[in-house]
Design a protein around this ligand. Structure first.
Ligand code: HOZ
Length: 431
């Protein structure tokens, strides 16, 4: 494939944008390549400015569950835009969105819209601190909750990809208030609760991780955390920015059968436009200004375009028969094909998948259940695989530590093509 225009565009971009990108993980630096500059996308396909077309498993890092440029979503954005892009005043769309989220996610009694997942997690933490009157938060190594200072400690996603899980610029005081535990290791959480009795405001986690690749939580781990939080009157926050409306209508909490106190959302609820939200128990949400004393605000919060795109997306998920069943079937087919390839060609690897979220870890481990397991992955092998996949028309996230996403627009033919391309990539690596 010829990437000349993207190469030139990246050179130009680096003159005026730090690192040439507005979010680090998309720079391809980790896989030694040049990011593709995208011209357009439709359904399961994305097209770069050189005219190369790819089957897209990034899906804008999660939001595009219906595929790109779904006609109903495009129409909703266009119609809403014609009425005005932003008013800084309430609209009916915001209430409709809140009501729909409440209906689909029963743990949410009240919900506040913001503009990104980062804002959602940052605000949820402030709210948990205001509600409990405590300072400390427990997060899990490798989990990523956006780029707020409190969460850039042992962080996943781009921070992990570029080896800066603890970023400079976070004050010692902030870092001291963030405690880290190990995912799927309940004892590591218990120890922190023992040591900091009655001081922990919140525990936050991705209930199914995506930002260190997909890791499936063990039942006892999740139940144990819920119990610890309840006993200590600590606020349990599920960061469902990635998993919300992705793994089921009710998100990860529905399939795991665990009820958090607060949930953060993003990605899918904006249908591809910038958005975030956080919601949960009434008595906690009542602490938010103007009802309560915990302040949080935003000029573009509940923006009509984002609400229109998100509402249209959520309604389609809700009203399309067997929506999640069909996604599951396609994703299972992909998993099976990828696993057969690994086995047939004698590669070590683990494929973790929940619904339409998956990660292929190149590793000799039998399972990938923890951050420590993730870190044993062969990233050199991943890099080769990534580049060969790209050259054969498959667009994967440019990092071993991310999830892939299947959308409703992916066809069986797309999946078969992907499995074939993956086979050829592995065969080339082997030879
Ligand atoms: N944190 C996102 C991936 N988990 C990166 C999003 C982007 O670079 O656009």
């Amino acid at each position: 494939m010829n990437y000349n225009k993207s190469i030139a565009a990246f050179t130009e971009a680096q003159k005026s944008i730090p690192g040439g990108v507005n979010s680090p993980v998309r720079s391809f630096r980790n896989v030694g390549g040049n990011p593709l500059f995208i011209a357009k996308a439709s359904g399961s396909k994305i097209t770069d400015i050189d005219g190369n077309e790819f089957i897209d498993y990034v899906g804008s890092w999660g939001p595009m569950i219906l595929g790109h440029t779904h006609p109903a979503v495009v129409e909703a954005i266009q119609k809403t835009a014609a009425l005005g892009a932003s008013f800084g005043a309430p609209t009916l769309l915001e209430t409709e969105m809140a009501e729909l989220i409440k209906e689909l996610v029963p743990s949410v009694a009240s919900v506040r819209m913001v503009n990104s997942g980062t804002e959602a997690t940052m605000s949820a933490l402030r709210l948990a601190r205001g509600y409990t009157g405590r300072d400390l938060v427990i997060k899990f190594e490798g989990c990523y909750h956006g780029h707020n200072d409190s969460f850039l400690i042992a962080a996943g996603s781009g921070a992990l990809t570029y080896g800066i899980p603890d970023t400079p610029g976070v004050t010692k005081g902030t870092a001291r208030d963030t405690l880290t535990a190990q995912f799927n290791d309940l004892a590591s959480v218990e120890q922190l609760f023992e040591k900091h009795k009655n001081e922990i405001a919140a525990v936050i986690l991705e209930p199914v991780t995506g930002n260190m690749g997909v890791i499936i939580p063990e039942k006892e781990f999740m139940e144990g955390i819920r119990k610890l939080c309840t006993e200590a009157k600590t606020v349990l926050i599920f960061d469902e920015v990635m998993t919300g409306f992705r793994l089921s209508k009710g998100g990860a909490q529905e399939i795991l059968g665990i009820t958090p106190d607060l949930t953060t959302f993003g990605k899918i609820i904006g249908g591809g436009l910038p958005v975030g939200a956080y919601g949960g128990k009434q008595e906690i949400m009542d602490q938010l200004a103007p009802k309560g004393p915990v302040y949080q605000a935003g000029t573009l919060s509940g923006n009509p375009l984002a609400m229109a795109a998100g509402l249209t997306t959520l309604r389609l998920l809700k009203n399309t028969e067997n929506f999640y069943q069909k996604l599951e079937e396609k994703s299972a087919l992909l998993e099976e094909g990828l696993r057969n390839n690994l086995n047939e060609l004698g590669f070590d690897g683990v494929i973790n998948r929940v619904g339409s979220m998956f990660t292929l870890f190149f590793t000799k481990e039998k399972n990938v259940k923890s951050f420590a397991d993730v870190m044993k992955s062969d990233t050199r092998l991943f890099t080769n695989y990534f580049k060969l996949s790209l050259d054969s028309g498959i667009y994967l996230a440019p990092s071993q530590y991310e999830a892939g996403f299947v959308s409703a627009a992916h066809s069986i033919e797309d999946i078969e093509k992907t499995v074939k391309a993956s086979y050829m990539a592995l065969k080339t690596i082997k030879n």
